[in-house]
Design a binder for this molecule. Structure first.
Ligand SMILES: Cc1cc2nc3c(=O)[nH]c(=O)nc-3n(C[C@H](O)[C@H](O)[C@H](O)COP(=O)(O)OP(=O)(O)OC[C@H]3O[C@@H](n4cnc5c(N)ncnc54)[C@H](O)[C@@H]3O)c2cc1C
Length: 377
């Protein structure tokens, strides 16, 4: 089968799952704010959680493009579920796959790809958001491993994660060159978390603070080389950004689909509002931005699949698609008039959920700075 045929078939299967199993329950899940483990396990059974990994560790041998298609379709149905799933497939498990021992693969990676264990990925601290050089969670070498002390915040899946990929500082004087990732299982003595944050959107993605009080882990739980934590992050940064772009594309499509349907049904001044040019202009702008974003995003996924460096293209695609999705969600609430302000219709959820995309994978101010840097400024 040609690669493009596989991608089409994969999209069809994912779209059907989202239409039949996700969209009908999205409103209820958002209202309850509890993570839908049963849907997560269904995604695992479909091979989605392990889509980026080889079969030998329990993966399904897919590509970054297939991963991103799956995340786009899922985000079209429910961004909150898609965001947590995307984290499990990539950030929470990649370091473990690349640097973990066979025993760690069996204990944590394989169960993560089959949906039995949940992973979390922790960079952010109260004083270290965009500035990772300010990370203070310390890793201190002892005879038989490492002792971790400190705290993280905004940890997706923090309250129920079984294992955590944590960015630590081994030598504050070295700043970025002292960073390294460590795997910390949540049953490690000294590990604890806060209660779940109350958030504006993506309400089923449980977020919390995480605390490490003399957490001892063995040497092999260091993921990557000492002081190379930033490099470990850089190996997947383009993929993180393009995954976020594809989540944005999915949300954008949802806002646009609902807007098109509504503007055909809603009659004012004797005709459907879709017959008015100002409403048509909103739909046209959504469609043009969606098409441009798709071209940017899937160009990048194919570059990643060919192992061609493309961080700059990924940063531009993340910036463009997320800004476009935020605009599409905003315009959708206007097309719906007062009903866009009601909890009755899904556009209010899209409008709340889109804010998450602005921060995950790098804030837009930081992205603009890195995009401009290529021009020597
Ligand atoms: C729903 C959600 C889920 C998250 N999940 C996780 C997770 O699982 N793991 C994790 O580690 N983190 C997570 N985060 C945190 C996220 O990664 C951070 O929000 C992000 O890194 C930005 O950090 P900050 O919010 O502290 O903002 P800051 O870095 O404090 O930025 C505040 C403002 O200043 C701007 N700014 C900062 N530096 C510059 C600069 N050099 N130039 C110009 N402007 C600048 C920013 O763009 C922003 O507008 C999550 C956040 C959210 C909202």
């Amino acid at each position: 089968m040609l690669r493009s045929d596989i991608e089409k078939l994969h999209r069809t299967i994912m779209a059907r799952f989202v239409d039949e199993e996700v969209i009908p329950v999205a409103r209820e899940l958002d209202e309850q704010g509890e993570f839908p483990f049963y849907l997560f396990r269904k995604l695992a059974d479909m091979g989605i959680l392990g889509i980026r990994y080889p079969k030998k560790v329990g993966g399904s041998n897919g590509s970054t493009t297939l991963y991103c298609i799956a995340m786009e379709e899922l985000a079209r149905g429910f961004l909150s579920l898609a965001a947590t799933t995307a984290m499990q497939c990539l950030m929470a498990t990649n370091g473990l796959y690349l640097y973990g021992t066979k025993k760690m693969h069996e204990e944590y990676l394989r169960p993560a790809l089959s949906g039995e264990k949940i992973g979390a990925f922790q960079l952010t601290e109260p004083e270290a958001g965009s500035d990772l050089g300010a990370v203070r969670t310390s890793a201190t070498k002892v005879k038989d491993g490492w002792v971790i002390n400190g705290m993280k915040t905004w940890s997706t899946s923090g309250p129920y994660g079984h294992f955590h990929t944590v960015l630590c500082q081994t030598d504050p004087a070295k700043k970025l060159k002292g960073l390294m990732f460590v795997l910390i299982p949540s049953d490690t003595p000294g590990f604890s978390h806060s209660k779940k944050f109350d958030t504006l959107g993506t309400r089923t993605s449980s977020l919390s603070e995480i605390y490490f009080n003399n957490c001892h882990v063995p040497d092999e739980y260091m993921l990557g080389e000492l002081g190379r934590g930033l490099n470990v992050l850089l190996t997947i940064l383009a993929e993180i950004r393009i995954m976020t772009a594809c989540l944005a594309i999915g949300l954008h499509r949802a806002a646009m689909d609902d807007s098109i349907k509504y503007c055909k049904e809603r009659v004012q001044f004797g005709k459907p509002i879709g017959k008015y040019q100002l409403i048509q202009a909103k739909i046209a702008n959504m469609a043009v931005n969606l098409e441009a974003g798709r071209l940017m995003a899937y160009k990048v996924t194919h570059l990643i699949d060919k192992k061609i460096a493309c961080l700059n293209e990924a940063s531009m695609a993340k910036y463009f698609t997320v800004e476009s999705a935020c605009s599409a969600c905003d315009q959708a609430t206007r097309i719906f008039g007062a009903y866009g302000y009601s909890m009755e219709y899904a556009v209010q959820r899209y409008y709340r959920d889109n804010r998450f995309l602005l921060y995950g994978g790098g804030t837009h101010e930081v992205l603009q700075t890195t995009i401009a840097r290529q021009f020597g400024i």
